[in-house]
Write a protein that binds this ligand. Structure first.
Ligand code: IMP
Length: 200
């Protein structure tokens, strides 16, 4: 009853465990003593997620999934996208990333953006992709202190608060990551049912 989540981020592991529930055991890379920083140099989120899942699958032969997320801004033709973590430099500084986004947007009125999460799953040697999207707009200044990354400048469509003004459970009801992982959860449950067996 075990599946690997290709991450070294314990915060993410906890968050995803709570979304996926108890129907199987989730283990992380550090549980397997794999501490490498797997390079994420692909031009698309899909490619990065697949590279991570394939790496762990090749090393362990286990069922595995990996995720990759980006903020895609229309006015910036989809940037920062796959470059979201390191948009302003290698040290993954969220404040600097936000500064760069705001300065590139300037005073433009077209501030449409979306967070997009892609999950790559390798299950019994077959590959599957899942996607979760939340549409919204980029503010011209930061608001709120919760969350991480670009949360202080992102307002989901139909809401008045930024992600950084919401608590985690509010964010998790609509977030890109929650939507993608909900699809993964449904798929795994269905897969188990239709194969009528204990898979993991
Ligand atoms: P990752 O693929 O989940 O590591 O995300 C890559 C980068 O996207 C992060 O370093 C953040 O800058 C940004 N990001 C991902 N998810 C979120 C989110 O929920 N809120 C704000 N920024 C995020």
């Amino acid at each position: 009853m075990t599946i690997v989540f290709a991450t070294n981020n314990n915060h993410k592991l906890r968050e995803i465990k709570s979304i996926l529930g108890n129907s199987f055991t989730l283990i992380s890379m550090s549980d397997l003593n794999i501490n490498e920083d797997i390079p994420e140099n692909e031009p698309l989120l899909e490619g990065n997620a697949l590279v991570k899942a394939r790496y762990i699958h090749n090393v362990t032969g286990m069922n595995v999934f990996a995720d990759d997320t980006g903020l895609e801004i229309d006015f910036l033709k989809g940037l920062p996208g796959v470059h979201s973590a390191r948009f302003a430099g290698e040290n993954k500084d969220s404040a600097a990333n936000i500064e760069k986004v705001l300065s590139l947007l300037g005073k433009t009125e077209n501030r449409k953006a979306r967070f997009r999460t892609v999950i790559a799953l390798i299950l019994e040697n077959k590959e599957y992709l899942f996607e979760g999207i939340v549409n919204g707009n980029i503010l011209s200044e930061k608001r709120g202190t919760e969350g991480f990354g670009y949360d202080p400048v992102f307002i989901p469509s139909g809401k008045i608060q930024t992600f950084a003004e919401m608590n985690l459970s509010e964010k998790n009801t609509i977030s890109h990551r929650a939507r993608a992982f909900e699809k993964l959860r449904e798929f795994l449950n269905q897969y188990q049912l239709s194969n009528n067996k204990e898979l993991f």
